[in-house]
Every structure is written in C-alpha cells, then in structure tokens.
Design a protein around this ligand. Structure first.
Ligand SMILES: C[S@@+](CC[C@H](N)C(=O)[O-])C[C@H]1O[C@@H](n2cnc3c(N)ncnc32)[C@H](O)[C@@H]1O
Length: 298
C-alpha cells in the first residue's frame, strides 16, 4: 500500500462536493458528474448518499463553509469553469489533455475519452495507485486513451514522464492544473511552467491559485479557519499569487493570459442564471492562458 502524504489526501474533498451536487435535480445543478460518486471510497459514498437528505446536505455545506465562507460554491463553480474550458478545447479540436494533480477528477471519463481525445493524468503515487484500482473496481478498466502516471511535481521530471506516457510535445494540448499550485513551492510552480513552455503554439492552460494576501494573513476573506488548518497546522498550503501578478508570470513562460475568473464571474455566469444566491469564496481564482505563437514571442 502506497502511503498517502497530507497533500495527496486533499484529492477526496472536491469529489465529495461534486458528487453531492448530483443529488440536486438536473435543472438546478451547476454541472453533471455521474462518475464523481463512483470514484470515492465506500465511507465517502455513504456520506454522499446521506446528503440526499436535505438537512444532511446543509450540514455538510455549513461545515465546509465554516472553514472558508463560500468554499462549497467556489469549488462547484471552479469545477464548472474547468468543464467549460475542456469542452471548448474539444470543440476546437485539441486532442491531448493533461491533468496535473488530477486527484479523482472525472473529466477523462466524462468528456475527453467520449470525444476520442487523449488524457494524461498525473498525480502523487498514492493517488495514482488508488485511482487505478478504483477505476478497475467501478468500470472494469481505465478509460480508453487515458494514462495515469505517478509524478511528484516537486521531484520528478514532468517532461520525461509525459513523453514516456505518449504525450506529443509537437501537437497542441490543454493543461488542467486545478487546485494544485498552493501545495507546491514557488520553485516547483516555475519549474512546471518552464516544462509546459515546450508545448506547441495554440496549447491552453488553466490553473488555479490561492491569493497570497490570504495565505500570508494580510486579509482573512472569511477564511481564517482554513488558513489555520492548511497553512499553520497541516503545512500543506505554501504558494500564492496576487491577481495582478498572473499575466507576467504567464508571459515569462510564453503564455498569454486570456481570462481570470473568481467570485464575480462565477456568480454572473453560473449561479445567477440558476437563481442560486450563495456566497463564493474569493480566496481561489482560475486563470486561462494560451501558448503564444513563436512569432508573437519574438
Ligand atoms: C485539492 S486536490 C485537487 C485534485 C483535482 N485537481 C481536483 O481539482 O479535483 C490537490 C491535488 O494535488 C496533488 N498534489 C499535491 N502536491 C503534488 C505534487 N507535489 N505533485 C503532484 N501532485 C500533487 C494532490 O495529490 C491532489 O490530488
């Protein structure tokens, strides 16, 4: 059994929340993810089942939001945003999708494999072992055209690992780096971006980051208990950025920022149309960049 380090344990929470969303009627959901519950371990599947009972659901939302106000909705909106971007890329005929720190993410199953595109999932060894086993139990196999590769971004060579899994660095790709950068050091975030700088022009990247002014205690954003737990006590959140810093960070590695979204965009695009009037935590934001062409860079 591969030991699961503290950062790897964080793969489960997002899928519990995504799975609970599926308990809502279809016309009230932010996204459809029938596979989420199937990837969870039995104890967490039981929790999701219990949350079909509304008071239990509300209790879990309240417990989550007691760590960071609006955390539940922020996570759901983040999932929806990444789904939209993956769908857009598939529509635009991108054929390779790389999930860095994939956790229990189900997009290979739901979106990428059904479209005939290739998925490259990477994560810490413990989560790759778990996911491989769970996919085999739940589906009898891993999805077609999908590889699961153990990569510790801190210590391993991502370029080599992807190439060994069959990734084609000469073809455009989409990289999905969702809820991972905070677990890394700045050196590793930069090393990873430097690796992705070898991707073909037209490639796309989405990544989330936590606000540095929250991590360093300058602002609370209603999330002081989350800082206490993940920064002070468990020492798993390290890296953060400020919104105005991301265009330069991307530019340094050959990417152009096209969009950055947070609570305002999530509320306008996703929550308001469904009449869901809930708070969204501002501590995490999503950035979308496109790989500049060689001419644009020179
Ligand atoms: C909060 S989970 C997010 C999982 C998934 N991307 C999602 O959004 O549902 C963070 C993920 O980052 C992975 N992770 C943390 N540190 C890592 C590292 N050094 N190298 C690779 N993956 C890492 C964890 O194992 C975990 O799966």
């Amino acid at each position: 059994m591969t030991a699961r380090p503290p950062a790897a344990q964080t793969a489960f929470g997002p899928m519990v929340i995504a799975a609970c969303e599926q308990n809502l009627p279809a016309d009230q959901r932010l996204f459809d993810d029938p596979d989420a519950v199937r990837l969870l371990p039995p104890s967490q599947r039981l929790i999701v089942g219990a949350c079909r009972w509304k008071p239990a659901h509300q209790l879990l939302v309240r417990a989550t939001d007691s760590k960071a106000q609006g955390l539940w909705a922020s996570l759901l909106c983040r999932k929806r945003y990444a789904d939209d971007k993956v769908r857009e890329a598939l529509h635009d005929r991108i054929e390779q999708f790389v999930f860095l720190g994939a956790g229990l993410d189900t997009r290979s199953l739901r979106l990428v494999a059904p479209a005939g595109a290739r998925s490259f999932e990477t994560d810490l060894p413990a989560n790759i072992v778990y996911k491989r086993q769970r996919l085999a139990e739940a589906y009898g196999r891993i999805p077609p055209n999908t590889s699961l590769t153990a990569v510790n971004l801190e210590t391993d060579d991502l370029t080599e690992a992807l190439a060994a899994a069959g990734f084609d660095w000469h073809q455009p790709a989409m990289f999905i780096w969702e809820a991972v950068t905070q677990y890394l050091t700045e050196d590793t975030v930069r090393k990873t971006l430097a690796c992705l700088a070898s991707s073909a022009p037209g490639s796309r990247l989405i990544f989330t980051y936590l606000r540095r002014d929250f991590l360093d205690g300058t602002e609370d954003y209603g999330a002081a208990p989350a800082r206490q737990e993940f920064v002070t006590k468990r020492h798993v959140w390290h890296f953060g950025l400020l919104p105005e810093e991301t265009p330069k960070l991307l530019r340094d590695y050959g990417w152009t920022e096209h969009e950055q979204v947070g609570p305002t965009e999530y509320a306008e695009r996703y929550l308001a149309p469904l009449g869901r009037d809930v708070a969204v935590s501002p501590i995490e934001r999503f950035v979308y960049g496109v790989r500049s062409t060689d001419e644009a860079r020179s």
